[in-house]
Design a protein around this ligand. Sequence first.
Ligand code: SF4
Length: 544
Amino acid sequence: MKVLWLDINSSYSHSSLAIPAMDAQLSASVKEMHSWEILSGSLKMGISWFTQRAVEYSPDIILSTLWLFNHSFAMEVLSRVHSLIPGVRIVLGGPEFLGENEGFLIKNRFIEAVFRGEGEEVFPEFVKRMGDLTHCYEMDGFCYLDKNGKYRDNGTAQVKSFHKLLPPEQSIYFPWDKPFVQLETSRGCFNRCAFCISGNQRIIDEVPLAEMEIRIEKIHKRGIKEIRILDRTFNANTIRASKMVRLFSKYNGEIEFHTEIHPSFMESEFRDSIEKAPAGTLHFEAGIQSFQEKTLASCNRYDKKEKTINGIKYLSSLEKHQVHTDLIAGLPFYTYQQLIDDLHILIEINPAEIQLESLKLLPGTELRKKAGEYGIKFSQLPPYEVLETPDISHTGLIKAHFLSVIIDLYYNNPEWRGLLTGLVKRNNFFLEKFTDHFFYAAYGKSLNNENKGLIIWNFCNSYFPAETEAVSIKWMEIGLSFTKGPGAESIPWKYSDMLHNPLFDKGSREHTYRYLEYPGRRHWFSYNRKTNSSKSLAKFTELF
Ligand code: SF4
């Protein structure tokens, strides 16, 4: 039988572990029962690209994984392939099938079966039975419509001994050519977050440290510089996490390890290990979601605001490991104003990155089941975004989206961060007002550095005139156009000028100079005309 793995990723750098994780479990004799082909690419390649190649291979069966962001795209490809090869059998798995599957199968009759849960342990048996329809789907996890059109559901499959699985790196399909690799070090989470697919009753199963050491060493030998650790809450077990950090530290910053951590769990042993880890060893994704305790409690998280704030402050104060934080708009009882307040707290702490996402009600999660109870309205199509709750209006969520864009453009970009941070700290309502303005000002514009500068400069001119000077200085530092916005207000200094130039370098004619004039002060900037960079070399403020 000719089997096609269809592997559709959101971008070139992101590659799903599903295929190598399944393939690694197949013995040579089982694998030889069929001929295998992988069709792998990103959404960018387009529907026709995948369709044409899939049809060229002329498979008997197609296996694929669906998740939030490839769902619609993959279904479009699969329906076309099925039209072109009507006899092809299609079996799907992935997080999109963790919930109710009957509706999906009724609507998409060309899909033969879907699989719910963790597939590695049942996969070899499935492959053996693949040729015989009658026995194929009687195993745990499979959902299908039988020959009478009756829905059959075999529950959720769970891997019983995750730590005994053969590692995905053993598969010929492991993506060694990507900028980073993913390493799943445990499965299951101690938490029960209502919005998360890992917030279920699964028992935590960990790969032993000795095995981790061997696997990391093999990855290192491949020249990989970044490993994303898939451990649902890395520091939930302080002793294990501390040992792992000591293991990571052996690579002396040659590999950066990304981990998802809980900012409230900063026990002394863990602190000690991360303080001793060489700079560049760790990159933390610190899950906050919200600082509002009522909101968190409604999602089964019982974190204390002060403890979380202290954890983020501590991590950010180390200044040698990247700290990324996240907030989620649309959670129960979370208002737009509270979201702004939480952003203020984070901006004050100054982590390397703040991500603001909208809640998505994922299939199989508790929050999706309780959406009616909480009065949450959400899109029925992937990515199932929350559209409105009793605590945040639809407009509020759209503004939250623009807030997220603002944070991404002006805070997460180190070039602009100092400016935005200063504006927000000096003006209580800056973020809210700027979001309202941005909503209209940015519409249909490419958000390059120059447009970013013009949007914030025009806004300050209209609503915070005392702040235009700060924006103008930033514009000149970055070296944006001297004919637009604040650049057009700058004055070139000529070598023949009588005006004293405090930045003037007598020994060089390679430099150009400009200044901005304000009552009682003059801001000077120097530039090098011979380099490609437009950034100012030096800045000086003269007071008089
Ligand atoms: S959000 Fe994080 S802590 Fe909560 S259940 Fe999911 S993985 Fe665990």
